[in-house]
Design a protein around this ligand. Structure first.
Ligand code: NI
Length: 391
C-alpha cells in the first residue's frame, strides 16, 4: 500500500471537487470545449507540465520522470451532452442546452489529480506519463481517432482510461477482460409513399403503415437471425412523419441504433435489415432510403492489462472493491486507443445515492468516488513503472 500517495490524494480532495464543479458549471459539447480546454491547460501548466493542443480542443501533456522507463498514456474525455440540466445542486451549469450528464467533468478532475501527485514525485519513478484530454467522445466519429492521427500515442507503451459508473456502488471497480463495450452503429430509414387525404387511403401509399410494419418486422432480426448466445441490440430512437390528423404524409423517417461485439454479426444484421426494408416497402408499393452508419468499434481490453488493473485495484482499494461485471452495450471511442496500444478501460462506481442513469437530465455523481479513483489510477501508473512496463 502506498500510504504517502493515498495521503497526497486525500489532501487534494477539496481541489479535485472544486475542479469537477467548475467543469460542471461550464459544460461544452463536442469540439466546443474551449473554456474547458483553457481551464485544463492552465491547471496543467501550473504543475510545470508542457501542454500541446491536439485534435482542436483536446490536449496532450507530458510528465517526464527519470529516463529509461516505459511510457504510459492516461485519457480523460472532456465533452458534455447537448441536453438541458434538471434538478437542483450548488453547482448548476451555466450554459443553456448543455450538461455534464455522463461524468466527464469527474474524469478530468481525476486525471488532473493523478497528474498533480505524480508531478510531485517525478524524480521517484522511471518513466513518462502522457496525459490525454480528449474532445468529442459523445459524438461520432469521436475525438479519439483525430488525437491518434495527430500523434497522441506516439512512443506510448500502454494506455489506460476509466469511466465513472452510476450503476456501481461508490468506490467499486468493474472491469471485463476482452470485449467490454459494444460497437455502436446508427441507422436512418426514410420510407417514401404517396401522400393524400386521410379519407381516401385508396389513392395513397401510406408510409405510416409501412413504417409501423418495419418497426415490428425489424425486431425479428435480433430475435430470429442472431445466435441467442451472442449479444445484439436493435432499437429505434425516433419515428417522425406527418403534420395533422387528416393528411396521409408522403414520408416517414425512422432512426435507431444497432449494438454488437462482433463485426461478422454486425454485417449480417445490416444485410437482414436491408432485405426486410426493401421487401416490406415493395409489398406496399413504397420505397425507402436506408443509411447505415458504423460507429465506434467494440472496446476490447487486453486480457493481461485488465488483470493488471485488477491486481493494482486489489492492492490500492481492497479485494472487496472489485466486482465482476458483464460487458455493456454502450459504445466508447477509447476503443480506438486500445486498437493501437495494449491497455485497459474500467468502470469506477459513483452510484451511492445517485438515482439517475448516465445521460439523464438530472444525472449527478457521488463525489466521494473521486479520491479512490485517482488513488487507484496513480498507483497503477507507479506499479507499471516499478515493473518496467512488464505486467
Ligand atoms: Ni461518457
Amino acid at each position: 500500500m502506498r500510504n504517502d500517495l493515498k495521503a497526497a490524494i486525500e489532501a487534494l480532495t477539496g481541489e479535485m471537487i472544486g475542479w469537477r464543479r467548475e467543469f460542471h458549471r461550464h459544460p461544452e459539447v463536442a469540439y466546443g470545449e474551449e473554456w474547458t480546454s483553457a481551464a485544463v491547460r492552465k491547471i496543467l501548466e501550473g504543475m510545470g507540465l508542457p501542454v500541446a493542443s491536439c485534435a482542436k480542443t483536446g490536449l496532450r501533456a507530458v510528465l517526464e520522470g527519470a529516463a529509461g522507463g516505459p511510457t504510459v498514456a492516461l485519457r480523460a474525455d472532456m465533452d458534455a451532452l447537448p441536453i438541458q440540466e434538471e434538478g437542483d445542486r450548488p453547482y448548476l451549469c451555466l450554459n443553456p442546452g448543455a450538461a455534464h450528464a455522463c461524468a466527464h467533468d469527474g474524469h478530468m478532475a481525476i486525471l488532473l489529480a493523478v497528474a498533480k501527485v505524480l508531478a510531485a514525485r517525478k524524480n521517484a519513478f522511471k518513466g513518462k506519463v502522457v496525459l490525454l484530454f480528449q474532445p468529442a467522445e459523445e459524438r461520432t466519429p469521436g475525438g479519439a481517432n483525430p488525437m491518434i492521427e495527430e500523434g497522441a500515442l506516439d512512443g506510448v507503451d500502454a494506455v489506460f482510461g476509466l469511466h465513472l459508473w452510476q450503476s456501481l456502488p461508490t468506490g467499486v471497480l468493474g472491469i471485463v477482460k476482452g470485449p467490454m463495450m459494444a460497437q455502436a452503429d446508427d441507422f436512418r430509414i426514410v420510407v417514401k409513399g404517396k401522400g393524400g387525404h386521410g379519407s381516401m387511403p385508396q389513392l395513397t401509399v401510406d408510409p405510416i403503415l409501412v413504417a409501423a410494419q418495419l418497426v415490428v418486422s425489424l425486431q425479428s432480426v435480433v430475435s430470429r437471425n442472431v445466435n441467442p448466445l451472442k449479444p445484439a441490440v436493435l432499437s429505434f430512437g425516433s419515428v417522425s412523419g406527418g403534420t395533422i390528423y387528416n393528411v396521409i404524409p408522403s414520408e416517414v423517417t425512422l432512426t435507431g441504433t444497432v449494438r454488437t461485439f462482433d463485426a461478422a454479426l454486425q454485417r449480417m444484421i445490416e444485410g437482414r435489415m436491408r432485405t426486410i426494408i426493401e421487401n416490406t416497402c415493395r409489398a406496399f408499393g413504397a420505397s425507402a432510403e436506408f443509411r447505415y452508419q458504423e460507429g465506434y468499434p467494440p472496446l476490447v481490453n487486453d486480457a493481461r492489462m485488465a488483470e493488471f488493473v485488477r491486481e493494482t485495484a486489489r492492492e490500492a482499494l481492497g479485494g472487496d472493491r472489485i466486482k465482476a461485471i458483464d460487458p455493456v452495450m454502450g459504445g466508447e471511442d477509447f476503443a480506438y486507443f486500445l486498437r493501437k496500444v495494449p491497455g485497459a478501460f474500467w468502470f469506477f462506481g459513483m452510484g451511492d445515492g445517485m438515482p439517475h442513469p448516465h445521460h439523464h437530465p438530472a444525472f449527478d455523481i457521488d463525489e466521494k468516488a473521486l479520491p479512490p479513483a485517482a488513488f487507484h489510477m496513480a498507483s497503477l501508473v507507479l506499479d507499471y513503472f516499478d515493473r518496467g512496463g512488464k505486467v
